[in-house]
Design a protein around this ligand. Structure first.
Ligand code: ATP
Ligand code: MG
Length: 403
């Protein structure tokens, strides 16, 4: 598709906002299409995720480009936000990168592992509802995600649940017939019609949602995990079972309430025409949350955009005492010298560098940003003091790589 990196760069010029100077931090994960790492903007302290794929061979970069083209047009609190795209370098190799909002709590698959191998049903309901809301939005936009699974649902530190990884997604336009496209996704989460190679439309995402619910409640997708199907023959016979038999997935009955089982039966309906839509499923009792549940789900939809968003709740008790407490707390553990009530030198335990955190009462016009970083200092506007967590976070993550 691109004969040279220059071609690729020029194709990006009209869609890529400048990302300014930034540092690449530690790895957040990797998958079939690329490597994801943490990024820190040196201009405004913004933390973001950078998903990169080598520019050559083209297949991976093209998948990432597809992701960018679909994602940058989507705007929903249930979809991970795309901040831009650019040509960058990773270990001196030219690569295509997209910049995404950072979701610091990892994936639903991570959560299942951390929670002892399965989620309790209340939490699984919340997650299912959030994914459904995201799918409802996507399907209204004519987008099929094609790879819904626990590993592609991200969690934020304030309870946000968002659909990510649009590398396999596609737009189903009236001109494009879903039957004419190649099938995409992860085999164990694929709908029968996808495995058969017949079609991959919005109902296929609903089947994968059902598999994701089983993954949450049972700790592994229906049909067992990939480790249970190590030989190509095993996998082939499993795919045959999914595609051509009337067999249902084996469920550990006691882990599913009657409501959960009924919800699953609507998702794992073999005939895509009879399968419920995202809109219908949103009215199913399994995801109709009680008032209390809704509160916890919607209490905090705001995703942190910078290190400054890592306030501890207790820091925000009251504006004045809260901010002093935050500053005092930070100074207690990190300070080497307190100059005044509003200024301190704070050690960053990262190589031999030292940083100051200065809380200025009078903020000059030219320093309007709440977070300001010079070569040796992190300066924070009063009222936006960096919390202990933020300092620790910066100290752990900063690693200069790319200017
Ligand atoms: P797959 O193997 O599903 O095809 P992929 O190569 O398309 O994966 P992603 O699923 O987008 O890549 O990302 C891989 C992993 O990186 C995720 O499972 C997650 O752990 C991490 N990750 C991705 N995006 C973010 C983000 N915005 N914030 C935090 N972590 C992220
Ligand atoms: Mg993925």
């Amino acid at each position: 598709m691109f004969s040279s990196h220059a071609d690729m760069a020029s194709s990006l010029l009209h869609i890529s906002p400048s990302c300014g100077r930034w540092l690449r931090g530690s790895s957040l994960g990797s998958g079939s299409f690329g490597n994801v790492s943490l990024g820190l903007s040196l201009d405004d302290g913004l933390l973001f995720a950078v998903k990169s794929a080598p520019a050559s061979p083209a297949a991976q970069a093209l998948s990432l480009q597809n992701e960018f083209h679909i994602l940058h047009a989507l705007h929903s609190p249930r979809i991970v936000r795309c901040l831009g795209a650019s040509l960058t370098a990773l270990d001196d190799t030219p690569c295509f990168s997209i910049f995404l909002e950072y979701m610091e709590e990892g994936t639903i698959a991570d959560l299942v592992k951390k929670s002892g191998g399965r989620l309790e049903e209340g939490r699984a309901r919340e997650c299912t509802r959030a994914i459904l809301e995201g799918l409802c939005y996507l399907h209204k936009q004519g987008v099929v995600h094609c790879d819904i699974k626990g590993q592609n649902i991200l969690l934020g530190s304030r309870g946000e649940i968002k659909i990510a990884d649009f590398g396999s997604a596609r737009k189903v336009s009236s001109r494009e017939n879903s039957e004419s496209c190649s099938m995409r996704g992860t085999p164990l989460w694929m709908a029968p019609e996808v495995v058969q190679g017949v079609e991959q439309g919005t109902p296929s995402d609903i089947w994968s949602l059902g598999c994701t619910l089983v993954e949450m409640l049972q700790g592994r997708p229906p049909w067992g995990s990939i480790q249970d199907h190590t030989s190509p023959n095993d996998l082939a016979s499993l795919l045959f079972r999914i595609a051509y038999t009337n067999e249902g997935p084996s469920l550990v009955e006691c882990l599913f309430s009657a409501e959960a089982r009924d919800f699953l039966s609507k998702c794992l309906e073999r005939d895509p025409k009879k399968r419920w839509t995202a809109e219908q499923l949103l009215r199913h009792p399994f995801v109709m949350l009680k008032e209390e549940g809704l509160c916890s789900l919607y209490r905090s939809q705001v995703s942190p955009r910078s290190a400054l968003d890592f306030f501890m709740d207790s820091d925000l008790e009251s504006e004045s005492s809260g901010s002093i407490k935050s500053f005092a707390y930070a100074t207690k553990l990190y300070c080497t010298k307190v100059a005044t009530d509003n200024e301190a030198t704070v050690r960053e335990d990262c190589g031999s560098r030292w940083f100051s955190v200065r809380c200025t009462a009078c903020w000059s016009e030219d320093r309007q940003k709440p977070f300001f970083r010079t070569e040796k200092e992190v300066i924070v506007k009063k009222g936006n003091q960096v919390s202990l967590e933020s300092l620790g976070f910066l100290a752990r993550r900063m690693r200069p790589v790319v200017g």
